[in-house]
Write a new protein. Structure first.
Length: 438
């Protein structure tokens, strides 16, 4: 039998003002993340490019000095519900916090989105790294380790709630008048360390069985959580060897959780800056960098490194810093790059302004496809989470330039094979296993 060529999975990280902190300042670029038509245009482009997934991140506080799309934005599941109505294939993923939300609410939101979209929902389970959200919820921000302990139980409860309903529980029998077969709707009876949830959920089983779970934490407990529960992992990497090591380390964990390494897609985040020539792409990045506002960039750098960096000299070396309580993944990757390349704090600040600590590549569509191919075939990725620096142009350039290059090489699909996100990811519909029959 002919072995099918392994193909990439592609996601797009959507921030209306662009992933580059100053992308919106480029003439013609969208300048709002509070504009449905901008998001709808991006979603249409994602489907034209046959992308697996459109992803919206989220935070629970507003800092006017941060990235503009982190500060003024829609609640993401509300936005995805609107996009579900104008799209047909692309997966719709959003963040919800395991530290500040309740599992019943999260299970219900994503189950609703899965039904509304015909099986395209994905939940990015985050622990919320920054403590600023705490003041908006009248709580103390739990420390890193505890956030993950809560998250593990939170995810189990959400998955359990998704499994409360058997597929054929709604009978709607007009003759007998029986609407639901109550024997097929089960309670959860969860009593754990952090949550008590009786169930069942008040919505029937999802088209995908369970929505897809995304995960993006790279600390030790973050990786463990990914290996146990995630279907897609967004990794933060800056270097091929580092990406290979992270990829292998995650895949090695999976059998310990009874899972096959092929069940989880690892997608490094990458910002492609595309030109007709390499020089043009570099000039474009320089142009974008010339717009950077130092207040924004410093706030983002401090956020990523978990402490106020304004006291350090910008043209001095990057100081040796401990892993912060916020995000281990971003800080570790950025500090490693700084050490490897002998960067000053200003270099790191510029890198953060460009892509918030994600990997940036400049080039032509062909040279970018070469790099993505090298990573994909070289054991570093199952695909990529694309962070266009600005919309719509920066995404159009990827879809119209890089995607056809990848298709010509047989590395990316030429048509969707199904309508559900699990179809795009090659994942089967999970059997019910979490709900406790009552
Ligand atoms: C691609 C990507 C998207 C992320 N999106 C969000 C987000 O929307 N909201 C959030 O609070 N954290 C987000 N994060 C942060 C991580 O999910 C994680 O909580 C953080 O890095 C801390 O985890 P760690 O210490 O395990 O690395 C994202 C990270 C990555 C790489």
């Amino acid at each position: 039998m002919r072995q099918e060529q392994r193909q990439m999975h592609l996601g797009v990280f959507v921030l209306g003002t662009g992933n580059h902190v100053a992308g919106w300042r480029l003439p013609g670029a969208a300048d709002s993340f509070q504009n449905l038509s901008v998001a709808q245009q991006i979603a249409r482009t994602a489907e034209r490019g046959l992308f697996d997934l459109l992803f919206l991140g989220d935070g629970l506080s507003a800092d006017p000095n941060a990235h503009p799309s982190f500060t003024a934005r829609f609640e993401p599941i509300t936005m995805l519900a609107a996009l579900a109505a104008t799209t047909t294939h692309v997966g719709l993923g959003a963040t919800a916090s395991t530290t500040y939300a309740e599992p019943y609410t999260v299970a219900r939101l994503f189950a609703s989105l899965d039904h509304l979209s015909g099986g395209r929902a994905a939940w990015n389970a985050v622990t919320t790294s920054g403590g600023q959200a705490a003041a908006n919820f009248g709580r103390q921000h739990p420390p890193h380790g505890q956030r993950y302990e809560v998250a593990e139980e939170f995810i189990d409860v959400v998955r359990g709630l998704w499994d409360c309903w058997e597929d054929d529980a709604i009978v709607a029998d007009r003759k007998t008048g029986r609407y639901i077969d109550a024997a097929k709707v089960h309670k959860l009876h969860h009593k754990g360390r952090f949550f008590e949830v009786e169930g069942p959920l008040n919505i029937g089983r999802c088209p995908q069985g369970q929505p897809v779970i995304l995960q993006a934490g790279a600390s030790e407990p973050g990786q463990e959580m990914a290996a146990r529960s995630a279907d897609v992992v967004f990794s933060v990497v800056q270097d091929l060897d580092e990406a290979r090591a992270a990829y292998a380390a995650l895949k090695e964990r999976l059998p310990r959780h009874g899972r096959d390494p092929g069940e989880v897609a690892v997608l490094p985040g990458v910002m492609p800056v595309i030109g007709r020539t390499q020089e043009e792409a570099l000039e474009k990045l320089d142009h974008l960098q010339s717009f950077v506002n130092s207040t924004n960039a410093l706030s983002m750098l401090s956020n990523r490194l978990g402490q106020d960096m304004s006291a350090y000299p910008m043209d001095g070396p990057v100081p040796d810093l401990p892993l912060p309580d916020t995000s281990h993944g971003f800080a570790r990757t950025m500090l490693a790059k700084a050490r490897r390349e002998g960067m000053t704090l200003r270099d790191l600040y510029n890198l953060t302004a460009a892509a918030r600590g994600h990997w940036v590549i400049c080039g032509t569509p062909a040279s970018i496809a070469d790099t993505l191919e090298e990573w994909f075939l070289g054991g570093a990725a199952d695909g990529f989470n694309i962070l266009p620096p600005y919309f719509p142009g920066g995404f159009d350039e990827f879809v119209d330039g890089v995607v056809p290059e990848l298709q010509r090489r047989g590395l990316f699909r030429r048509a969707y094979r199904g309508r559900k996100l699990r179809d795009h990811l090659g994942l089967s519909r999970p059997a019910r296993q979490h709900g406790t029959p009552t």
